[in-house]
Design a protein around this ligand. Structure first.
Ligand code: GCU
Length: 606
């Protein structure tokens, strides 16, 4: 409960203790605490929260979270922030997008709101869920520290059972987006360091025994006749769960072990999910008083030699990379923003998107399931990472597990990527090989990859991590960062990969209209020329089974400040207005139309 916060008692401690944050850096809110959300009713906590930036962490030092909501005139002590009144911001949002004074703010910021409960049901369990908080989030309830989450783009749940009171409770979140050496990503990224509670916040209850996790997939054995259901029930010491898929006549029992876990193989022959036939089945799971639902598609993705096969048919991934970035919303994605993204991808002729460089909003994979797009999902093990640091590995491993548990029932997700453009060192190899193994341990139904770099010393595709991932993602920028274009063809001939290669990035900046030069670097004309030459070279390399050029839309980034960039990366095929298409858009669309027609003919012939 709230004890009176004696600022005076704490005043000198608050000035002299530089380990003030240690008790709150617990990373105690992690993938183990996730609750499966399909079908649960929740109380939304979006809307205005009281807000204050706190660059010097005065809040943790002075323990703002322990202050009582007294009327200002009754206070005996001078507060430096008033959690209960003052400036407010909408949740979800990124503070950078709300006020000029917060654009480049990096540090802690406090969010506070009341949670009014008439009658806390003691036969139930109570939770908060945050879709994402960038980057480090410390949660307080009624003056008590509850837990800490690391990671800017994955959901986390906060159990409040036994700590809530009837009437007004106070929730506080201290969110810190400071870039540090031990983070994932580290300090240097080519995307804007948005901070804040930027995805939905909610409150929900469950029975004492609750379904924490549920995974349902087509057993990838080529028979297309067996589904595997895995369930974890927290609070059950035996018994069973029932999985129902009415359209398949399935009502299957999963017997639980003493840990509340169970697995069952279920005979069924579902219509297979694919971009052309995005069939989804209504699924429900019940166990005791708890029940959850989901809509699941069944498909098999595999690689054979350098081929990628979907449901046994070879596939070329006609893709595009996307960031979560909006001129107005920042990293907040709305339903409309997501659906516009898929509409543009469809106009481009895509069957595939690379959701770079971090887990996107969960609605992205849900919509891709409905519309029929294949997805590469990724954790932000990006560029330099403190690969020797066990705490950094724990952070990356947790973000990966939170992503996989959140999205592994999504048929559209076919690839888990464990990173992007990392140096080929021993420490990095150990670190990322471990992450790739975690993908397979948690999910045998998908392929693994990472966006690797060309080995310029050998002038070929070569990266020690390649032996530990199913698909070699390759970022190459011939025509932009690498000037001699001829090397790309040479790399093609010098390389003989034993698994599929997907060009995970290629492209060039092109600034449209009068803001850009007529010709040369940063002109739209030169960008178009790079696409023409890239396509002409890549189409000749048989082991390339897909591409996701960089990138669908121009996006905001601090490090791009020349006279053409103005704080934006202009490699988008569409400008930041998410309307104006550049010449290169049509060049790529023509190529994808040709590839799609070729694949239709190949399927007919097979
Ligand atoms: C890199 C990186 C991207 C970056 C891009 C660029 O390959 O993966 O995050 O934005 O190149 O330089 O535009």
């Amino acid at each position: 409960m709230l004890e009176r916060s004696h600022l005076a008692d704490n005043a000198l401690q608050a000035l002299h203790d530089e380990d003030y944050d240690v008790p709150f850096n617990t990373q105690s809110l992690n993938h183990d605490g996730l609750v499966f959300m399909g079908g649960r009713s929740v109380t939304g906590l979006d809307g205005d929260w009281t807000f204050c930036v706190d660059l010097l962490d005065t809040g943790l030092r002075q323990k703002w979270f322990a202050m009582l909501p007294e009327a200002p005139e009754d206070r005996a002590e001078p507060w430096d922030y008033d959690p209960y009144m003052g400036e407010t911001v909408p949740v979800p949002s990124n503070w950078a997008m709300l006020k000029e004074k917060w654009y480049f703010f990096e540090g802690s910021a406090w969010y506070t709101r009341p949670l009014d409960l008439d009658d806390v049901d003691e036969t139930k369990r109570q939770f908060l869920r945050f879709g994402a908080a960038a980057y480090d989030c410390k949660i307080f309830l009624n003056g008590e520290f509850i837990g800490n989450h690391y990671g800017a783009s994955t959901p986390f749940c906060v159990e409040l059972t036994g700590k809530l009171k009837n009437g007004r409770n106070w929730i506080m979140a201290c969110v810190n987006n400071t870039r540090t050496r031990d983070r994932v990503p580290m300090r240097n990224t080519d995307w804007f360091n948005y901070g804040g509670l930027y995805r939905e916040a909610s409150y929900f209850e469950t029975p004492k025994s609750l379904i924490r996790d549920f995974f349902l997939y087509l057993v990838p054995d080529g028979t297309y006749s067996s589904l595997r259901a895995e369930v974890t029930v927290d609070g059950a010491r035996s018994g069973s769960a029932i999985v129902s898929i009415p359209e398949l006549g399935v009502d299957a029992e999963i017997v639980l072990d003493t840990e509340g876990r169970g697995t069952a193989d279920i005979s069924a022959r579902p219509d297979l999910w694919s971009p052309e036939t995005p069939v989804l089945y209504d699924v429900s799971v019940s166990c005791g008083e708890d029940g959850i639902t989901d809509r699941v598609g069944f498909r098999q993705i595999e690689r054979r030699g350098t081929e990628i096969l979907l449901n046994g048919v070879p596939l070329f991934l006609r893709g595009i990379s996307v960031h979560e970035d909006d001129a107005v919303l920042g990293k907040v994605t709305s339903e409309a923003d997501l659906r516009r993204r898929f509409e543009h991808a469809s106009e481009l002729g895509c069957n595939y998107l690379r959701l770079a460089h971090y887990p996107h909003h969960e609605r992205a994979a849900e919509i891709a399931d409905e519309l029929g797009f294949l997805l590469w999902e990724e954790i932000p093990v990006y560029w330099a990472i403190d690969f020797e640091n066990p705490a950094t590995y724990r952070d990356a491993d947790n973000q990966l597990k939170e992503l996989i548990k959140r999205d592994r029932n999504r048929a559209s997700v076919i690839i888990w990527s464990v990173g992007n453009e990392n140096p080929d060192t021993d420490a990095r190899l150990t670190f990322m090989k471990g992450l790739a193994e975690t993908c397979k341990a948690l999910d045998p139904s998908r392929l693994t990859s990472a966006a690797c770099l060309v080995n310029h010393a050998q002038n070929r595709i070569e990266d020690r991590l390649a032996a530990h991932i199913d698909i070699i993602g390759l970022n190459e920028y011939f025509g932009w960062y690498e000037e001699n274009f001829e090397d790309l063809a040479a790399i093609g001939e010098n390389s003989n990969p034993d698994r599929p290669v997907v060009i995970s990035e290629t492209g060039a900046d092109g600034v449209i209209g009068e803001k850009g030069p007529e010709r040369g670097l940063f002109s739209e004309a030169y960008m178009a020329e790079v696409y023409v030459r890239q396509i002409a070279t890549l189409r000749a390399l048989g082991y390339i089974k897909g591409m996701s050029p960089w990138i669908l839309y121009d996006f905001r980034v601090e490090r791009r400040q020349n006279i053409f960039q103005n704080g934006y990366n202009h490699k988008g095929l569409i400008a930041a207005d998410k309307k104006t298409k550049k010449k290169a858009f049509h060049i790529l669309a023509d190529y994808y139309r040709e590839i799609a027609a070729r694949d239709v003919e190949a399927r007919k012939a097979s």
